[in-house]
Design a protein around this ligand. Structure first.
Ligand code: NCD
Ligand code: ZN
Length: 347
């Protein structure tokens, strides 16, 4: 049995770092294991211009420990007022890597998102022309659509029509949670890819709702039934380069999670690599972990793989869940995968 696994220093292609005290608390966890991360722009107010992104990038760099080899890759938050020229210049100058589409109201801090996709078509056309990828939060917000169906309906109503209209646009379907999403990306050719989170490889909707309500497992898109989880595991461990890691690690203080109307988001960065090693080991696919965490995403985004490596060691005893992170504003709970994890990052 393999008990040491050295992989290329990985990337996280979907990460929430927040701002202020939370940014200071969580950035070191990412900088410890990851070479790069694609930073989500859903701050309040959101990151909408090239200069917002440059300023946010500087705040992230200030929160990195000295000597860390970590590069934040920035995104802009697409609004119906986005200035296409500013966006294209920010991409050309290397300030941003991608643009994020949040349907208005779909998730945390998405009130400034897009209500009518027709209103952002000129911006999307400019992105297609300039080769700037669009990262999509793929859920409709129509209150008549059941929350468990919102991803599948988004594909039919929004994503597929958009891609037919603008085939040159490169799209990442973020945090896919259904077999519908997996099938759509598999069949979609080179212009589409998908990120998969760590937590959706572990939890299904029973983990949130059966035997008591567990707010720490509530995130968006919400975890679906077990058949969907199995499809995600199969895709992640398949070696198909269309699928790569985007943790969607989304820290919220416990006080905001454990509330009558709790926030969506799970903090997974500290134990993500250990958890993923366990999933890939279970599937007999440890040799494919490097592709999923360090190669497929870099290839899609057209950047070289990171220098350096990370070594994972298999441990006889299961590893404890990392301790809660203490922030000046309160505690932050780390994801508990609820199954034994026999892997740890060395060092
Ligand atoms: C994210 C957040 O808290 O910013 N929450 C989540 O449940 N994933 C937003 C998002 O990516 O949907
Ligand atoms: Zn997210």
């Amino acid at each position: 049995m393999t008990d040491r696994l050295t992989i290329t220093r990985p990337d996280d292609w979907h990460l929430h770092l927040r701002d202020g005290a939370m940014l200071a608390a969580v950035t070191p966890d990412t900088a410890l294991h990851f070479g790069r991360a694609l930073i989500m722009p859903n701050l309040v107010p959101p990151v909408v211009t090239g200069s917002d992104a440059a300023a946010y990038r500087a705040r992230i760099m200030a929160a990195c420990p000295d000597g860390a080899s970590f590069t934040p890759m920035m995104t802009l938050y697409l609004t119906e007022g986005t200035d296409a020229a500013d966006l294209v210049v920010a991409a050309r100058d290397g300030i941003i890597t991608a643009v994020k589409l949040y349907p208005a109201g779909a998730t945390t801090n998405s009130a400034s998102g897009v209500r009518d996709i027709d209103r952002v078509m000129p911006v999307l056309e400019a992105m297609a022309e300039a080769g700037v990828p669009l990262c999509v939060h793929g859920e409709v917000t129509d209150s008549k659509i059941d929350i468990f169906d919102r991803e599948a309906v988004f594909i039919d109503r929004v994503l597929d029509p958009l891609r037919r209209r603008l085939p040159a646009l490169r799209v990442v379907m973020e945090h896919v949670t259904t077999s519908d999403g997996i099938d759509y990306v598999r069949a979609g050719g080179e212009s589409i890819a998908a990120t998969l989170t760590t937590h959706h490889l572990f939890i299904n909707r029973n983990h949130i709702l059966a035997g008591g309500i567990r707010p720490h497992y509530y995130c968006l898109p919400v975890a679906k039934r077990e058949t969907h989880r199995l499809a995600l595991v199969a895709a992640a461990t398949s070696g198909d380069p269309s699928f790569f890691l985007g943790t969607d690690s989304a820290p919220h203080l416990d006080s905001a999670k454990l509330a009558p109307c709790g926030c969506a988001g799970i903090y997974t960065v500290p134990n993500t690599l250990a958890c993923l090693a366990q999933v890939f080991e279970n599937e007999g696919a440890l040799d494919r972990l490097d592709g999923f965490v360090a190669r497929h995403g870099a290839a899609f985004y057209g950047v070289p793989v990171n220098d350096g490596t990370v070594t994972l060691v298999r441990t006889a005893a299961p590893q404890p869940v990392p301790d809660d992170r203490a922030t000046p504003e309160g505690d932050l709970t780390v994801f508990d995968p609820l199954v034994p994890i026999h892997w740890a990052v060395e060092g």
